[in-house]
Design a protein around this ligand. Structure first.
Ligand SMILES: [Zn+2]
Length: 98
């Protein structure tokens, strides 16, 4: 495979999306151009669709608000009652780190 910009040799590289999905891309050794082929894009998009989504209702609990965490997630992350978790405010929401 040659670079579409400078026709230099492309090297195969492994990348990971912020969600932890691995994909392969090609990087030009000469100009640094990066190309992801359509197959790879489709497979990453498919993984995104397969990602489970959970919804939770926020309810009032004294002066604070509480959120119920679905059983599946409790088991997956081995969460315990009274355990302290870290809340990380991010652009698109709040990330919970157990
Ligand atoms: Zn190039």
């Amino acid at each position: 495979m040659n670079c579409t910009k400078c026709v230099g040799k492309m090297a195969e590289k492994k990348g990971t999306t912020p969600e932890g999905f691995e994909y392969v891309y090609f990087k030009c050794k000469k100009c640094g151009e990066e190309i992801v082929d359509m197959k790879q894009l489709h497979s990453v998009a498919k993984k995104y669709r397969e990602m489970k989504k959970y919804t939770a209702k926020i309810s009032k609990w004294g002066e604070s608000l509480a959120m119920r965490i679905p059983k599946d997630l409790v088991e997956q992350y081995d969460l315990k009652q009274n355990e302290d978790v870290t809340l990380l405010p991010e652009k698109k929401g709040i990330k919970i780190v157990a």
